[in-house]
Design a binder for this molecule. Structure first.
Ligand code: ADP
Length: 495
Protein backbone atom coordinates (compact mmCIF):
# COMPACT_ATOMS: atom_id res chain seq x y z
CA UNK A 1 0.00 0.00 0.00
CA UNK A 2 1.36 3.43 -0.94
CA UNK A 3 1.85 6.16 1.65
CA UNK A 4 -0.90 8.19 0.02
CA UNK A 5 -3.50 5.43 0.22
CA UNK A 6 -2.45 4.68 3.80
CA UNK A 7 -3.08 8.33 4.63
CA UNK A 8 -6.49 8.18 2.96
CA UNK A 9 -7.43 5.10 5.01
CA UNK A 10 -6.27 6.83 8.14
CA UNK A 11 -8.47 9.78 7.23
CA UNK A 12 -11.50 7.54 6.58
CA UNK A 13 -10.83 5.77 9.88
CA UNK A 14 -10.73 9.11 11.66
CA UNK A 15 -14.11 10.26 10.33
CA UNK A 16 -16.47 10.00 13.25
CA UNK A 17 -20.15 10.40 12.37
CA UNK A 18 -22.21 12.77 14.50
CA UNK A 19 -24.86 11.47 16.92
CA UNK A 20 -27.51 12.67 14.46
CA UNK A 21 -25.97 10.70 11.56
CA UNK A 22 -25.55 7.62 13.80
CA UNK A 23 -29.19 7.78 14.87
CA UNK A 24 -30.45 8.29 11.29
CA UNK A 25 -28.38 5.38 9.92
CA UNK A 26 -29.26 3.24 12.92
CA UNK A 27 -32.98 3.79 12.44
CA UNK A 28 -32.66 3.23 8.68
CA UNK A 29 -30.80 -0.02 9.34
CA UNK A 30 -33.68 -1.11 11.61
CA UNK A 31 -36.55 0.19 9.49
CA UNK A 32 -35.41 -0.91 6.02
CA UNK A 33 -35.40 -4.66 6.88
CA UNK A 34 -38.73 -4.15 8.70
CA UNK A 35 -40.18 -2.56 5.58
CA UNK A 36 -38.80 -5.50 3.55
CA UNK A 37 -40.49 -7.97 5.95
CA UNK A 38 -43.75 -6.04 5.70
CA UNK A 39 -43.51 -5.92 1.88
CA UNK A 40 -42.92 -9.67 1.77
CA UNK A 41 -45.88 -10.29 4.11
CA UNK A 42 -48.08 -8.04 1.96
CA UNK A 43 -47.02 -9.86 -1.24
CA UNK A 44 -47.86 -13.19 0.41
CA UNK A 45 -51.25 -11.87 1.53
CA UNK A 46 -51.89 -10.72 -2.05
CA UNK A 47 -51.04 -14.23 -3.26
CA UNK A 48 -53.49 -15.76 -0.73
CA UNK A 49 -56.10 -13.28 -1.83
CA UNK A 50 -55.55 -14.18 -5.51
CA UNK A 51 -55.67 -17.93 -4.90
CA UNK A 52 -58.77 -17.80 -2.67
CA UNK A 53 -60.36 -15.55 -5.28
CA UNK A 54 -59.64 -18.15 -7.94
CA UNK A 55 -61.17 -20.88 -5.76
CA UNK A 56 -64.25 -18.78 -5.04
CA UNK A 57 -64.77 -17.22 -8.44
CA UNK A 58 -63.61 -19.93 -10.87
CA UNK A 59 -63.70 -23.32 -9.20
CA UNK A 60 -67.01 -22.76 -7.39
CA UNK A 61 -68.63 -21.34 -10.51
CA UNK A 62 -67.32 -24.18 -12.64
CA UNK A 63 -68.70 -26.59 -10.08
CA UNK A 64 -72.10 -24.88 -10.37
CA UNK A 65 -71.98 -25.08 -14.16
CA UNK A 66 -71.04 -28.74 -14.04
CA UNK A 67 -74.02 -29.46 -11.76
CA UNK A 68 -76.43 -27.39 -13.78
CA UNK A 69 -75.23 -28.94 -17.05
CA UNK A 70 -75.68 -32.45 -15.63
CA UNK A 71 -79.15 -31.59 -14.28
CA UNK A 72 -80.31 -29.97 -17.48
CA UNK A 73 -78.96 -32.87 -19.58
CA UNK A 74 -80.83 -35.37 -17.41
CA UNK A 75 -83.97 -33.22 -17.63
CA UNK A 76 -83.62 -33.10 -21.42
CA UNK A 77 -83.36 -36.92 -21.57
CA UNK A 78 -86.52 -37.19 -19.52
CA UNK A 79 -88.40 -34.78 -21.87
CA UNK A 80 -86.92 -36.47 -24.91
CA UNK A 81 -88.07 -39.92 -23.81
CA UNK A 82 -91.51 -38.76 -22.83
CA UNK A 83 -91.80 -36.81 -26.10
CA UNK A 84 -90.91 -39.75 -28.34
CA UNK A 85 -93.42 -41.93 -26.49
CA UNK A 86 -96.31 -39.44 -26.35
CA UNK A 87 -95.36 -37.11 -29.26
CA UNK A 88 -96.77 -34.35 -27.12
CA UNK A 89 -95.73 -31.02 -28.57
CA UNK A 90 -95.68 -29.43 -25.12
CA UNK A 91 -92.92 -31.81 -24.08
CA UNK A 92 -90.89 -30.91 -27.16
CA UNK A 93 -91.19 -27.23 -26.23
CA UNK A 94 -90.01 -28.02 -22.72
CA UNK A 95 -87.11 -29.92 -24.25
CA UNK A 96 -86.18 -26.91 -26.38
CA UNK A 97 -86.30 -24.56 -23.34
CA UNK A 98 -83.90 -26.81 -21.43
CA UNK A 99 -81.74 -27.16 -24.55
CA UNK A 100 -81.33 -23.32 -24.69
CA UNK A 101 -80.39 -23.32 -21.03
CA UNK A 102 -77.81 -26.00 -21.63
CA UNK A 103 -76.27 -24.16 -24.59
CA UNK A 104 -76.12 -20.87 -22.66
CA UNK A 105 -74.52 -22.51 -19.65
CA UNK A 106 -71.92 -24.33 -21.68
CA UNK A 107 -70.99 -21.05 -23.43
CA UNK A 108 -70.68 -19.29 -20.07
CA UNK A 109 -68.63 -22.17 -18.66
CA UNK A 110 -66.25 -21.96 -21.63
CA UNK A 111 -65.80 -18.21 -21.02
CA UNK A 112 -65.05 -18.80 -17.29
CA UNK A 113 -62.72 -21.83 -17.80
CA UNK A 114 -59.20 -20.97 -16.61
CA UNK A 115 -57.22 -23.98 -17.85
CA UNK A 116 -56.70 -25.47 -21.31
CA UNK A 117 -57.84 -28.90 -20.05
CA UNK A 118 -61.17 -27.57 -18.84
CA UNK A 119 -61.59 -25.67 -22.06
CA UNK A 120 -60.95 -28.88 -24.08
CA UNK A 121 -63.41 -30.90 -21.98
CA UNK A 122 -66.07 -28.21 -22.33
CA UNK A 123 -65.51 -27.98 -26.09
CA UNK A 124 -65.83 -31.72 -26.36
CA UNK A 125 -69.09 -31.58 -24.35
CA UNK A 126 -70.28 -28.83 -26.64
CA UNK A 127 -69.58 -30.74 -29.85
CA UNK A 128 -71.09 -33.97 -28.40
CA UNK A 129 -74.11 -31.99 -27.37
CA UNK A 130 -74.41 -30.48 -30.85
CA UNK A 131 -74.37 -33.99 -32.29
CA UNK A 132 -76.96 -35.09 -29.74
CA UNK A 133 -79.16 -32.14 -30.70
CA UNK A 134 -78.89 -32.82 -34.40
CA UNK A 135 -79.74 -36.51 -33.75
CA UNK A 136 -82.74 -35.36 -31.73
CA UNK A 137 -83.85 -33.01 -34.51
CA UNK A 138 -83.48 -35.67 -37.18
CA UNK A 139 -85.35 -38.14 -35.03
CA UNK A 140 -88.03 -35.59 -34.48
CA UNK A 141 -88.38 -34.94 -38.24
CA UNK A 142 -88.64 -38.71 -38.92
CA UNK A 143 -91.21 -38.93 -36.13
CA UNK A 144 -93.15 -36.04 -37.62
CA UNK A 145 -93.17 -37.70 -41.07
CA UNK A 146 -94.21 -41.18 -39.90
CA UNK A 147 -96.52 -40.42 -37.05
CA UNK A 148 -97.27 -44.05 -36.45
CA UNK A 149 -93.67 -45.32 -36.29
CA UNK A 150 -92.82 -46.36 -32.76
CA UNK A 151 -89.21 -47.37 -33.39
CA UNK A 152 -86.64 -44.65 -32.71
CA UNK A 153 -83.91 -44.61 -35.40
CA UNK A 154 -81.15 -42.75 -33.53
CA UNK A 155 -81.94 -43.90 -30.03
CA UNK A 156 -78.66 -45.75 -29.58
CA UNK A 157 -76.50 -42.95 -31.05
CA UNK A 158 -78.22 -40.38 -28.80
CA UNK A 159 -77.70 -42.58 -25.78
CA UNK A 160 -74.03 -42.89 -26.70
CA UNK A 161 -73.66 -39.11 -27.02
CA UNK A 162 -75.45 -38.58 -23.70
CA UNK A 163 -73.14 -41.07 -22.00
CA UNK A 164 -70.20 -39.39 -23.59
CA UNK A 165 -71.39 -35.96 -22.33
CA UNK A 166 -72.03 -37.34 -18.84
CA UNK A 167 -68.60 -38.92 -18.83
CA UNK A 168 -66.99 -35.61 -19.89
CA UNK A 169 -68.99 -33.78 -17.19
CA UNK A 170 -67.63 -36.20 -14.59
CA UNK A 171 -64.20 -35.60 -16.08
CA UNK A 172 -64.79 -31.83 -15.72
CA UNK A 173 -65.88 -32.29 -12.11
CA UNK A 174 -62.76 -34.24 -11.23
CA UNK A 175 -60.59 -31.61 -12.96
CA UNK A 176 -62.28 -28.85 -10.95
CA UNK A 177 -61.70 -30.79 -7.74
CA UNK A 178 -58.09 -31.43 -8.72
CA UNK A 179 -57.55 -27.73 -9.45
CA UNK A 180 -59.11 -26.70 -6.14
CA UNK A 181 -56.97 -29.24 -4.35
CA UNK A 182 -53.84 -27.97 -6.14
CA UNK A 183 -54.64 -24.38 -5.30
CA UNK A 184 -55.28 -25.15 -1.63
CA UNK A 185 -52.09 -27.19 -1.55
CA UNK A 186 -50.14 -24.30 -3.11
CA UNK A 187 -51.75 -21.94 -0.61
CA UNK A 188 -50.74 -24.18 2.29
CA UNK A 189 -47.14 -24.49 1.03
CA UNK A 190 -46.85 -20.75 0.39
CA UNK A 191 -48.32 -20.06 3.85
CA UNK A 192 -45.81 -22.37 5.54
CA UNK A 193 -42.91 -20.87 3.56
CA UNK A 194 -44.09 -17.32 4.28
CA UNK A 195 -44.39 -18.22 7.93
CA UNK A 196 -40.78 -19.48 8.10
CA UNK A 197 -39.39 -16.53 6.11
CA UNK A 198 -41.40 -13.92 8.08
CA UNK A 199 -40.33 -15.43 11.42
CA UNK A 200 -36.67 -15.58 10.28
CA UNK A 201 -36.71 -12.03 8.90
CA UNK A 202 -38.58 -10.73 11.95
CA UNK A 203 -36.06 -12.38 14.28
CA UNK A 204 -33.18 -11.00 12.15
CA UNK A 205 -34.68 -7.50 12.29
CA UNK A 206 -35.19 -7.73 16.02
CA UNK A 207 -31.65 -8.99 16.59
CA UNK A 208 -30.02 -6.42 14.29
CA UNK A 209 -32.23 -3.72 15.84
CA UNK A 210 -31.06 -4.69 19.33
CA UNK A 211 -27.39 -4.87 18.25
CA UNK A 212 -27.53 -1.52 16.40
CA UNK A 213 -29.31 0.15 19.33
CA UNK A 214 -26.72 -1.21 21.77
CA UNK A 215 -23.84 -0.01 19.54
CA UNK A 216 -25.32 3.48 19.12
CA UNK A 217 -26.19 3.79 22.78
CA UNK A 218 -22.74 2.55 23.81
CA UNK A 219 -20.98 4.98 21.45
CA UNK A 220 -22.83 7.78 23.29
CA UNK A 221 -22.82 6.52 26.86
CA UNK A 222 -19.20 5.26 26.94
CA UNK A 223 -17.58 8.69 26.44
CA UNK A 224 -20.20 10.19 28.74
CA UNK A 225 -19.31 7.80 31.54
CA UNK A 226 -15.59 8.59 30.97
CA UNK A 227 -16.50 12.25 31.39
CA UNK A 228 -18.45 11.42 34.53
CA UNK A 229 -15.36 9.63 35.94
CA UNK A 230 -13.22 12.62 35.04
CA UNK A 231 -15.69 14.96 36.74
CA UNK A 232 -15.42 12.87 39.88
CA UNK A 233 -11.62 13.06 39.67
CA UNK A 234 -11.84 16.84 39.37
CA UNK A 235 -14.22 16.98 42.32
CA UNK A 236 -11.48 15.22 44.31
CA UNK A 237 -8.93 17.82 43.20
CA UNK A 238 -7.17 15.76 40.49
CA UNK A 239 -6.94 17.93 37.38
CA UNK A 240 -4.34 15.83 35.55
CA UNK A 241 -4.90 13.71 32.48
CA UNK A 242 -6.55 14.48 29.16
CA UNK A 243 -9.74 12.89 27.95
CA UNK A 244 -8.70 10.74 25.03
CA UNK A 245 -11.37 8.43 23.65
CA UNK A 246 -13.10 7.93 20.37
CA UNK A 247 -16.52 9.54 20.37
CA UNK A 248 -19.01 11.30 18.11
CA UNK A 249 -17.98 14.88 17.21
CA UNK A 250 -20.54 16.50 19.53
CA UNK A 251 -19.15 14.60 22.54
CA UNK A 252 -15.56 15.11 21.31
CA UNK A 253 -16.20 18.90 21.24
CA UNK A 254 -17.71 18.67 24.69
CA UNK A 255 -14.72 16.68 25.97
CA UNK A 256 -12.31 19.24 24.43
CA UNK A 257 -14.21 22.06 26.18
CA UNK A 258 -14.12 19.94 29.30
CA UNK A 259 -10.31 19.59 28.98
CA UNK A 260 -10.07 23.33 28.51
CA UNK A 261 -12.18 23.90 31.59
CA UNK A 262 -10.02 21.39 33.47
CA UNK A 263 -6.84 23.26 32.47
CA UNK A 264 -8.41 26.54 33.55
CA UNK A 265 -9.39 24.98 36.88
CA UNK A 266 -5.87 23.65 37.25
CA UNK A 267 -4.49 27.11 36.54
CA UNK A 268 -6.93 28.69 38.99
CA UNK A 269 -6.02 26.09 41.59
CA UNK A 270 -2.32 26.84 41.08
CA UNK A 271 -3.03 30.56 41.18
CA UNK A 272 -4.88 30.07 44.44
CA UNK A 273 -1.99 28.23 46.05
CA UNK A 274 0.48 30.77 44.58
CA UNK A 275 -1.70 33.51 45.99
CA UNK A 276 -1.71 31.96 49.46
CA UNK A 277 2.04 31.41 49.53
CA UNK A 278 2.66 34.92 48.17
CA UNK A 279 0.25 36.49 50.61
CA UNK A 280 1.73 34.51 53.49
CA UNK A 281 5.17 35.73 52.48
CA UNK A 282 4.07 39.30 51.73
CA UNK A 283 2.20 39.62 55.01
CA UNK A 284 4.72 37.79 57.19
CA UNK A 285 7.73 39.98 56.27
CA UNK A 286 6.20 43.38 57.15
CA UNK A 287 4.34 41.93 60.15
CA UNK A 288 7.57 40.42 61.50
CA UNK A 289 9.31 43.78 61.06
CA UNK A 290 6.48 45.59 62.82
CA UNK A 291 6.46 43.01 65.65
CA UNK A 292 10.23 43.24 66.10
CA UNK A 293 10.03 47.04 66.08
CA UNK A 294 7.24 47.03 68.66
CA UNK A 295 9.28 44.72 70.94
CA UNK A 296 12.30 46.96 70.61
CA UNK A 297 10.23 50.03 71.44
CA UNK A 298 8.61 48.24 74.41
CA UNK A 299 12.02 47.38 75.76
CA UNK A 300 12.90 51.12 75.66
CA UNK A 301 9.65 52.39 77.33
CA UNK A 302 10.29 55.41 79.63
CA UNK A 303 13.56 56.26 77.93
CA UNK A 304 13.93 58.93 75.31
CA UNK A 305 13.35 57.81 71.70
CA UNK A 306 16.86 57.69 70.45
CA UNK A 307 18.30 57.42 66.96
CA UNK A 308 17.79 53.62 66.90
CA UNK A 309 14.15 54.09 67.82
CA UNK A 310 13.64 56.42 64.87
CA UNK A 311 15.09 53.90 62.44
CA UNK A 312 12.82 51.20 63.83
CA UNK A 313 9.79 53.49 63.50
CA UNK A 314 10.76 54.35 59.91
CA UNK A 315 10.98 50.65 59.01
CA UNK A 316 7.64 50.02 60.72
CA UNK A 317 6.03 52.89 58.79
CA UNK A 318 7.47 51.59 55.50
CA UNK A 319 6.27 48.07 56.17
CA UNK A 320 2.84 49.35 57.23
CA UNK A 321 2.65 51.34 53.96
CA UNK A 322 3.57 48.20 52.00
CA UNK A 323 0.80 46.32 53.76
CA UNK A 324 -1.69 49.08 53.06
CA UNK A 325 -0.59 49.20 49.38
CA UNK A 326 -0.97 45.46 49.08
CA UNK A 327 -4.43 45.46 50.63
CA UNK A 328 -5.46 48.44 48.46
CA UNK A 329 -4.21 46.69 45.30
CA UNK A 330 -6.11 43.54 46.21
CA UNK A 331 -9.27 45.53 46.89
CA UNK A 332 -8.87 47.46 43.63
CA UNK A 333 -8.42 44.30 41.61
CA UNK A 334 -11.33 42.47 43.20
CA UNK A 335 -13.54 45.51 42.59
CA UNK A 336 -12.47 45.61 38.95
CA UNK A 337 -13.00 41.89 38.53
CA UNK A 338 -16.47 42.20 40.01
CA UNK A 339 -17.20 45.01 37.50
CA UNK A 340 -17.68 47.47 40.31
CA UNK A 341 -15.02 49.97 39.28
CA UNK A 342 -16.85 53.28 38.76
CA UNK A 343 -14.96 55.57 36.38
CA UNK A 344 -15.22 59.30 36.82
CA UNK A 345 -14.81 60.18 33.14
CA UNK A 346 -13.87 63.68 32.01
CA UNK A 347 -12.23 65.07 28.88
CA UNK A 348 -8.76 66.09 29.89
CA UNK A 349 -5.13 66.61 28.87
CA UNK A 350 -2.77 63.77 29.75
CA UNK A 351 0.42 65.86 30.11
CA UNK A 352 -0.31 67.20 33.65
CA UNK A 353 -0.76 63.60 34.84
CA UNK A 354 2.67 62.63 33.45
CA UNK A 355 4.19 65.67 35.18
CA UNK A 356 2.60 64.76 38.54
CA UNK A 357 3.84 61.16 38.28
CA UNK A 358 7.36 62.21 37.28
CA UNK A 359 7.73 64.81 40.03
CA UNK A 360 6.65 62.12 42.54
CA UNK A 361 9.39 59.84 41.19
CA UNK A 362 12.22 62.35 41.15
CA UNK A 363 13.48 61.86 44.74
CA UNK A 364 13.74 58.08 44.22
CA UNK A 365 15.36 58.56 40.81
CA UNK A 366 17.90 60.88 42.33
CA UNK A 367 18.61 58.33 45.03
CA UNK A 368 19.38 55.79 42.28
CA UNK A 369 21.25 58.38 40.26
CA UNK A 370 18.83 57.93 37.36
CA UNK A 371 17.74 60.41 34.72
CA UNK A 372 14.11 60.84 33.64
CA UNK A 373 13.36 62.29 30.21
CA UNK A 374 9.86 63.41 29.19
CA UNK A 375 8.84 64.00 25.57
CA UNK A 376 5.37 65.34 24.88
CA UNK A 377 4.25 65.36 21.23
CA UNK A 378 2.78 68.36 19.43
CA UNK A 379 -1.00 68.87 19.36
CA UNK A 380 -1.80 66.12 21.83
CA UNK A 381 -5.57 65.62 21.68
CA UNK A 382 -7.72 65.66 24.80
CA UNK A 383 -8.91 62.23 25.91
CA UNK A 384 -11.88 61.03 27.93
CA UNK A 385 -10.55 59.46 31.12
CA UNK A 386 -10.75 59.00 34.85
CA UNK A 387 -7.79 61.18 35.82
CA UNK A 388 -7.12 59.41 39.13
CA UNK A 389 -7.04 55.98 37.48
CA UNK A 390 -4.85 57.05 34.56
CA UNK A 391 -2.46 58.71 37.04
CA UNK A 392 -2.38 55.34 38.85
CA UNK A 393 -1.44 53.67 35.50
CA UNK A 394 1.38 56.13 34.78
CA UNK A 395 2.69 55.87 38.36
CA UNK A 396 2.68 52.09 38.15
CA UNK A 397 4.59 51.96 34.84
CA UNK A 398 7.15 54.61 35.86
CA UNK A 399 7.45 52.97 39.30
CA UNK A 400 8.28 49.62 37.67
CA UNK A 401 10.77 51.31 35.30
CA UNK A 402 12.49 52.85 38.31
CA UNK A 403 12.35 49.66 40.34
CA UNK A 404 13.76 47.36 37.65
CA UNK A 405 16.42 49.75 36.20
CA UNK A 406 19.92 49.60 37.72
CA UNK A 407 21.72 52.52 39.41
CA UNK A 408 22.56 55.31 36.96
CA UNK A 409 19.92 54.07 34.50
CA UNK A 410 17.67 56.09 32.25
CA UNK A 411 13.91 56.42 31.90
CA UNK A 412 12.14 58.03 28.93
CA UNK A 413 8.46 58.88 29.09
CA UNK A 414 6.72 60.03 25.96
CA UNK A 415 3.21 60.90 24.88
CA UNK A 416 2.26 61.28 21.24
CA UNK A 417 -0.78 61.62 19.15
CA UNK A 418 -1.77 58.63 17.00
CA UNK A 419 -4.70 57.97 14.69
CA UNK A 420 -6.84 56.33 17.38
CA UNK A 421 -5.96 58.69 20.25
CA UNK A 422 -2.94 59.14 22.50
CA UNK A 423 -0.14 56.65 23.16
CA UNK A 424 1.99 56.96 26.27
CA UNK A 425 5.22 54.96 26.50
CA UNK A 426 7.61 54.35 29.39
CA UNK A 427 11.05 53.08 28.36
CA UNK A 428 13.69 51.95 30.83
CA UNK A 429 17.25 50.66 30.80
CA UNK A 430 16.38 47.65 32.96
CA UNK A 431 17.22 44.00 32.30
CA UNK A 432 14.25 43.49 29.94
CA UNK A 433 11.61 40.79 29.95
CA UNK A 434 11.98 37.29 28.45
CA UNK A 435 9.84 36.93 25.34
CA UNK A 436 7.76 34.09 26.84
CA UNK A 437 6.67 36.38 29.70
CA UNK A 438 5.62 39.37 27.60
CA UNK A 439 1.91 38.55 27.77
CA UNK A 440 1.85 36.74 31.11
CA UNK A 441 3.10 39.71 33.17
CA UNK A 442 -0.29 41.39 32.67
CA UNK A 443 -1.98 38.53 34.54
CA UNK A 444 -2.35 38.85 38.29
CA UNK A 445 0.40 37.42 40.52
CA UNK A 446 2.59 36.83 37.43
CA UNK A 447 6.21 37.87 37.60
CA UNK A 448 9.03 37.23 35.16
CA UNK A 449 10.91 34.00 35.32
CA UNK A 450 14.21 35.81 35.79
CA UNK A 451 15.10 34.88 39.34
CA UNK A 452 17.25 37.94 39.99
CA UNK A 453 14.04 40.00 40.01
CA UNK A 454 12.68 37.99 42.85
CA UNK A 455 14.70 39.86 45.35
CA UNK A 456 12.85 43.03 44.26
CA UNK A 457 9.72 43.34 46.28
CA UNK A 458 6.48 43.10 44.35
CA UNK A 459 3.15 41.33 44.26
CA UNK A 460 2.48 40.93 40.56
CA UNK A 461 -0.74 42.93 40.88
CA UNK A 462 0.35 46.31 39.45
CA UNK A 463 0.26 45.43 35.71
CA UNK A 464 -2.97 43.43 36.13
CA UNK A 465 -4.58 46.58 37.55
CA UNK A 466 -3.04 48.72 34.76
CA UNK A 467 -4.48 46.40 32.09
CA UNK A 468 -7.95 46.48 33.61
CA UNK A 469 -7.98 50.28 33.94
CA UNK A 470 -6.79 50.84 30.35
CA UNK A 471 -9.25 48.26 29.00
CA UNK A 472 -12.08 49.91 30.93
CA UNK A 473 -11.20 53.13 29.02
CA UNK A 474 -11.52 51.24 25.72
CA UNK A 475 -7.74 51.32 25.20
CA UNK A 476 -5.01 48.70 25.27
CA UNK A 477 -1.63 48.13 26.93
CA UNK A 478 1.39 46.22 25.64
CA UNK A 479 5.13 45.87 26.10
CA UNK A 480 8.12 45.61 23.79
CA UNK A 481 11.23 44.21 25.38
CA UNK A 482 14.34 42.15 24.90
CA UNK A 483 16.39 40.66 27.71
CA UNK A 484 19.37 42.85 28.49
CA UNK A 485 18.05 45.76 26.42
CA UNK A 486 15.40 47.34 28.65
CA UNK A 487 11.62 47.45 28.15
CA UNK A 488 9.10 49.86 26.72
CA UNK A 489 5.56 49.75 28.10
CA UNK A 490 2.86 51.39 25.97
CA UNK A 491 -0.72 52.24 26.60
CA UNK A 492 -3.21 53.75 24.22
CA UNK A 493 -6.26 55.79 25.17
CA UNK A 494 -8.87 56.51 22.50
CA UNK A 495 -9.42 60.22 21.86
P1 ADP B 1 5.28 43.82 40.75
O1 ADP B 1 6.16 44.83 40.14
O2 ADP B 1 4.67 44.24 42.02
O3 ADP B 1 5.88 42.45 40.82
P2 ADP B 1 3.74 44.20 38.38
O4 ADP B 1 2.43 43.64 37.98
O5 ADP B 1 3.87 45.67 38.32
O6 ADP B 1 4.04 43.62 39.79
O7 ADP B 1 4.82 43.53 37.46
C1 ADP B 1 4.77 42.19 37.19
C2 ADP B 1 6.11 41.66 36.76
O8 ADP B 1 6.47 42.18 35.49
C3 ADP B 1 7.24 42.12 37.63
O9 ADP B 1 7.37 41.28 38.78
C4 ADP B 1 8.43 41.98 36.72
O10 ADP B 1 8.85 40.65 36.72
C5 ADP B 1 7.86 42.34 35.38
N1 ADP B 1 8.10 43.79 35.06
C6 ADP B 1 7.24 44.81 35.19
N2 ADP B 1 7.80 45.97 34.77
C7 ADP B 1 9.04 45.65 34.37
C8 ADP B 1 10.12 46.40 33.82
N3 ADP B 1 10.03 47.71 33.58
N4 ADP B 1 11.28 45.78 33.51
C9 ADP B 1 11.39 44.43 33.72
N5 ADP B 1 10.38 43.65 34.22
C10 ADP B 1 9.25 44.27 34.54
Amino acid sequence: MTCESKGAWKYVYRIRPTIFVRMVFGYLAIFIPMIAVSAYAISQLALFHRVTGQILQIDNRMRDYEKKLTDSLLTQIRYERKYFITKDNELRKQFLVVERDFTNQIDEAISVADTANKMEVLTRIRSCYDLYRSLFNEEQEIADESRNSVEEVYKEERKEKVDEILWELRNLKSQIEQDTYNRIKHLGEAGAKANVIAVAMGAGCLLSGIIISILITRSITRPLSSMRDKTRQIAQGDFDGKMDFSSPPEIRDLSQDFDLMCNKLKETDKMKSDFFSLMAHELRTPLTSIKEGTNLLLEGIGEEVKERGKTVLTIMAEESNRLIDLVNSLLDLSKMEAGMMALNMETSDIQPLIDIAVSGMRPLAMAKNMSIEVQIGQDLPLVKMDRERILQVIRNLTGNALKFSPMGGHIAISARSVEEGVTVSVADSGPGIPVQDLNAIFDKFKQTTITSYRKLKGTGLGLAIVKRIVNAHGGRVWVESETGRGSIFFFLLPA
